[in-house]
Design a protein around this ligand. Structure first.
Ligand code: XIL
Length: 344
């Protein structure tokens, strides 16, 4: 109750407050103003050819998530064979820079190797494959990644389980098997379930909460939930989002805002560049989300992770949306108003 009151007071405060985001200094690292880790999705391919990318990820962020190099399709091109070069380089670079490392992601219906679809196995074979993949990746990096997104995006918007190769062959059991194997592979790592849209979708949230109860009944470890938070200016609804934060924290779970970015393409038209007004609105949006997250109890705050550094490389910038600008630095690494929302 106290938390709910605090949350609503914060929301009221946010809507009355007007601040300018046009000037702020970047004399200290962003993460130093936070009492919990501030993370970023890190892509070694960009870092190798772009010194600004590398400098900013080292200076301003205390935790790195591999944007792609740890996904199954990035580490295995042939059945049961692993290629570790890029993932190992990510780990070595992150640890040398003194960063916490968050593993992303072991099981996801996308970015799976194409050879998975060519296998013909019985149920036991599929279970062994699932377990072996999780065990192989996690044990290679024991003590290096302190936390993992074990399964990503397993639920549909209506709360049913998303069709995927694992659901086809193992049924709903696959989710339990995945977490059981993950906690055996690295008993000290914090295990997360990661997904989008739960914050503003009671059907999906309730389904995930029911599954969490089942995990507990079976005694299987789950430490936290990753809310991806690929948000827009007007979605999700912040009242419902705050309520979701509260319900997850109340269950004793850690909360990770795991892939935060604020897209502008709605209302900006695809061919348009963002106006100063839109960039300021984006800064407010970031600020509202950060403040809501701040008001959670300390034990629930696993951290906030931004899904990239410069708009130049954002996954949301596509040929159809060439000026999408969801991050804190523009394509020339100039800090945007959104940067100022983090710098105070
Ligand atoms: C994205 C990466 O940012 C892109 O580079 C890649 O092409 C596709 O995947 N949800 C997730 C992330 O959990 O892994 C996705 O990352 C973005 C959506």
């Amino acid at each position: 109750m106290a938390f709910r009151l605090l949350l609503f007071t914060c929301l009221a405060f946010i809507s009355c407050q007007k601040e300018s985001f046009n000037t702020c200094t970047d004399t200290r690292s962003l993460h130093e103003s936070f009492t919990y880790p501030l993370g970023v999705a890190y892509e070694p391919n960009y870092a190798n050819s772009d010194s600004s990318y590398q400098a900013i990820s080292k200076r301003h962020f205390s935790r790195w998530t591999p944007e792609n190099v740890l996904k199954w399709s990035s580490i295995s091109f042939q059945p049961y064979q692993y290629y570790w070069e890029e993932a190992d380089a990510f780990v070595a670079e992150g640890l040398a820079a003194g960063k916490l490392l968050h593993g992303h992601t072991l099981i996801w219906y996308r970015q799976e190797p194409s050879w998975l679809g060519t296998l013909s196995l019985n149920r036991q074979g599929w279970e062994e494959l699932l377990r072996t993949h999780i065990r192989t990746v996690m044990t290679r990096y024991v003590g290096k990644f302190s936390s993992w997104d074990v399964v990503n995006e397993a639920f549909l918007e209506d709360g049913r389980l998303r069709p995927c190769i694992w659901l086809t062959h193992l049924g709903a059991e696959y989710l339990f098997i995945a977490y059981e194997e993950a906690s055996k592979a690295d008993p000290k790592a914090l295990l997360f379930y990661n997904d989008y849209g739960m914050e503003d979708n009671p059907a999906k949230l309730n389904a995930v909460l029911r599954w969490i109860d089942q995990m507990r009944e079976r005694g299987i470890q789950l430490h936290g939930i990753g809310l991806q938070m690929h948000v827009l200016l007007h979605y999700p609804n912040l009242g419902r989002t705050g309520n979701t934060f509260f319900r997850l924290a109340e269950k004793g779970l850690k909360l990770h805002l795991s892939e935060l970015d604020v897209a502008l393409n709605d209302p900006m038209k695809p061919g348009e560049k963002p106006s100063a007004l839109l960039l300021t609105q984006q800064a407010y949006r970031y600020q509202e989300i950060i403040r809501m997250y701040h008001s959670l109890p300390t034990r629930a705050k696993f951290g906030i992770t931004l899904w990239g550094i410069s708009d130049r490389y954002s996954w949301l910038r596509t040929p159809e949306k060439p000026f999408e600008s969801p991050l804190l630095w523009d394509e020339n690494y100039q800090p945007k108003p959104a940067f100022c929302a983090f710098a105070r």
